[in-house]
Design a protein around this ligand. Structure first.
Ligand code: CUA
Length: 326
């Protein structure tokens, strides 16, 4: 029987995380041995030899104190900076990353590709390409954990969290929920299928897709009557959404916010949370009217509304950060 001590290394992060772990293990092992050796040595060397023995009074040596303060400080600062640098690179997806939406619920993982393919408890990805997951939950806190990729991130209701990775080795890897989320938590598991790029393209084109996420978002946008207010030509009562994604939006009260996925999601579900400067808080909430998967489609639709190159900005689509769009 094979009893692996470590999961396979199958992502760009895996070697870094493992090297840090080796360092932690080495430091722990060294001090465990050193401390226990010292305990036994001192216990024997300085044992009480007679009933009336009084130990000699000793002053602590300053040099010794400095040594045992500075060395552990240095060792722990290495842990800190090393760990922080991995944490930072795990938190910053590259701009060209492939986007996938994840919705966790009791007790399954629902995944949605940009092209429209949907999966449950299974995710197909190409190797050699950064993949960014934008994740949320419909109910309680879950945690998306792929040991072979050395990534784990909480999936929290009411907000988006993201992780990214690049799979380095084709294969089938375990996906776990790593946060106790109720009776069937242990069944909230699945697989990541890392495929050669060509195989992935074949898989992607072979699946029955009901339109891309942006197309489905466009349909929802009509169904939910968003288009009555958010008119593309700026004649509606609400901010124009064309070219919104990625911009800095000025808010009532003088603050600004970057229009990312989290902001767009919040504006759909809690429109009164951030009011765009120059507009009235008239938008109703869509909480309960649209699923998290629907919200993700709307977000992708709004992201797809890029201004046509060279076209003059219509009234309400403000080119400069002077006024705004939501
Ligand atoms: Cu979901 Cu544990």
């Amino acid at each position: 029987m094979r009893l692996p001590l470590f999961p396979e290394q199958a992502s760009n992060f895996a070697p870094d995380v493992d090297h840090l772990l080796y360092y932690l293990l080495a430091v722990s092992a060294f001090f465990t041995v050193a401390i226990f050796t010292a305990i036994f040595y001192f216990a024997v060397r300085y044992r009480r030899r007679s009933e009336r023995e009084l130990p000699r009074y000793v002053h602590t040596g300053l040099t010794l104190e400095i040594v045992w303060t500075v060395i552990p400080f240095g060792l722990t600062m290495v842990m800190f900076t090393w760990g922080a640098s991995i944490f930072f690179s795990e938190s910053r997806p590259p701009a060209n990353a492939m986007q996938i939406y994840v919705v966790g619920k009791q007790w399954m993982w629902k995944l949605q590709h940009m092209e429209g393919q949907r999966e449950i408890n299974e995710l197909h990805i190409p190797v050699g390409r950064p993949v960014r997951l934008t994740m949320t939950s419909e109910d309680v806190i879950h945690s998306f954990f792929v040991p072979a990729f050395r990534v784990k991130e909480d999936v929290v209701p009411g907000r988006y969290s993201t992780i990214w990775f690049t799979a380095t080795k084709p294969g089938r890897y375990h996906l776990f929920c790593a946060e106790y989320c109720g009776t069937n938590h242990s069944h909230m598991i699945g697989w990541i299928d890392a495929m050669e790029p060509q195989d992935f393209e074949d898989w992607l084109s072979g699946g029955a897709s009901a339109g891309s996420m942006a197309d489905n978002g466009a349909k929802l946008f009509q169904q939910l009557a968003c288009s009555n207010c958010h008119k593309a030509d700026g004649s509606g009562r609400c901010p124009v959404l064309v070219g919104l994604y990625g911009r800095t939006v000025p808010l009532v009260g003088g603050q600004t916010v970057k229009a990312d996925e989290a902001y767009i999601r919040e504006s759909i579900l809690r429109p009164d949370a951030k009011i765009v400067a120059g507009y009235q808080p008239i938008m109703p909430t869509f909480q309960g009217l649209v699923t998290e998967e629907g919200v993700a489609q709307l977000v992708e639709y709004i992201k797809s509304l890029a201004p046509k190159p060279g076209a003059p900005a219509g009234p309400g689509t403000l080119p400069a950060p002077a006024q705004s769009n939501r």
